[in-house]
Design a protein around this ligand. Structure first.
Ligand code: SF4
Ligand code: SF4
Length: 363
């Protein structure tokens, strides 16, 4: 696919039918948490979208983030999204190595200056410039140099977004996040250890469709995926509300699928989309497999006071009236969330309509 070819043209050239394309748009709408009524608008915008250049830098990381993305099932929305971007530099996926790889990064920066998307996974070591270098360039220098011409930076995974496991005590490399270094570019944090594949592609799809960064929360995370806690959407929540908890991993409560709060579940304080999008092509997520949430999409989760310790007093120790009050509060919160989503969907629908009107005027 050439860079001048639109996504619609490329998909037709690859033999994707109109029906297949609309199916792809419906999946895109769903992964961006947009209503089905948005599908025609998304189809029209994607039809005309051109591939943005993407430079992906990997620093102090375990390759889990890119593994997460590439372990998605086929045929995938993810695959189509990757056809729809120009991934000009990515260590694990590119064929070029050594000076040819560095030349690809420099060419992509030069040709797309001010327009490319920079994705970073891994933290940046500051304690010793000799830790973690690529082609003899320190991670810090490469990040600063590459961020200069980027339209926006995506911090992929908890290491890039918040420092992650390399920053955990005693932090021997002096690891910091991308946001600790880059202060003059829009930054989208996509935390998770690793992040969920559809969240990664959803952020890229937002760029393709709207050309803007999505609405973010106070920690710079896209609201569409990090706007609610795991606990808000957990299917074990009715047991929590009734005070029914598993106390060990093999007791009666565990066998009956009761709440994992007493086994250290961090779902109430963790914001991520695991309970809704799930993992492995929507098959399951850790709590569904019987393991408490570790809070991997929150800052400093590794140092957060013990993975298998309850975070505070469980509801079974709270008087019943207070449980009902919590339930009413949660219901009010859910209603407010629905109202906010409706407002956001309306604003997005208007934005897409204006974009398409503008595109059509330009034809
Ligand atoms: S505490 Fe954990 S297992 Fe229990 S309802 Fe909340 S998220 Fe689900
Ligand atoms: S359930 Fe919790 S620890 Fe597990 S992947 Fe989701 S946010 Fe991370």
């Amino acid at each position: 696919m050439s860079k001048d070819e639109t996504l619609g043209e490329a998909l037709r050239r690859q033999g994707v039918t109109r029906r297949g394309f609309l199916k792809f748009c419906a999946a895109t709408a769903s992964m961006m948490a947009l209503p089905p009524s948005m599908v025609p608008a998304i189809a029209a915008a994607l039809e005309k979208a051109r591939r943005p250049s993407v430079i992906w830098l990997s620093f102090q990381e375990c390759t889990g983030c890119i593994e997460s993305l590439t372990r998605s099932h086929s045929p995938t929305v993810e695959g189509l999204i990757f056809d729809a971007i120009s991934l000009d530099y990515q260590h694990a996926l590119q064929a070029a190595a050594g000076s040819a790889a560095e030349a690809a990064r420099e060419t992509a920066m030069e040709e797309n200056y001010g327009k490319y998307i920079l994705i970073v996974d891994g933290s940046i070591p500051l304690a010793n410039p000799g830790y973690s270098t690529i082609a003899g360039i320190s991670n810090l220098a490469m990040l600063e140099e590459t961020a200069k011409g980027a339209a926006a930076v995506v911090s992929m995974g908890s290491c890039a977004a918040f420092g992650g496991i390399p920053k955990a005590k005693p932090n021997p490399t002096g690891a910091v996040s991308v946001g600790d270094i880059i202060k003059d570019k829009p930054i989208i944090n996509v935390p998770g250890c690793p992040p969920i594949p559809v969240v990664i592609t959803g952020v890229l799809a937002h760029f393709l469709i709207f050309g803007t960064i999505p609405e973010l929360d106070a920690l710079g995370r896209p609201m569409a995926y990090y706007g609610q806690s795991i606990h808000d959407r957990c299917y074990r929540r009715p047991f929590y509300d009734k005070g029914k908890f598993a106390n060990t991993f093999d007791d009666e409560g565990a066998k009956k699928g009761w709440c994992l709060y007493k086994l250290g579940c961090k779902g109430p304080t963790t914001y991520n989309a695991c309970a809704t999008t799930k993992w492995n092509d929507g098959t399951s997520f850790p709590i569904e497999a019987g393991h408490p949430c570790l809070g991997c999409s929150e800052p400093d989760f590794w140092d957060g006071g013990g993975f298998y310790k309850a975070i505070s007093t469980p509801t079974e120790d709270i008087p019943k009236a207070a449980i009902y009050a919590v339930g009413a509060g949660a219901a009010a919160g859910l209603a407010l969330g629905a109202l906010n989503r409706a407002k956001r969907d309306k604003a997005v629908a208007e934005h897409v309509k204006t974009t398409i009107d503008d595109l059509e005027k330009g034809d």
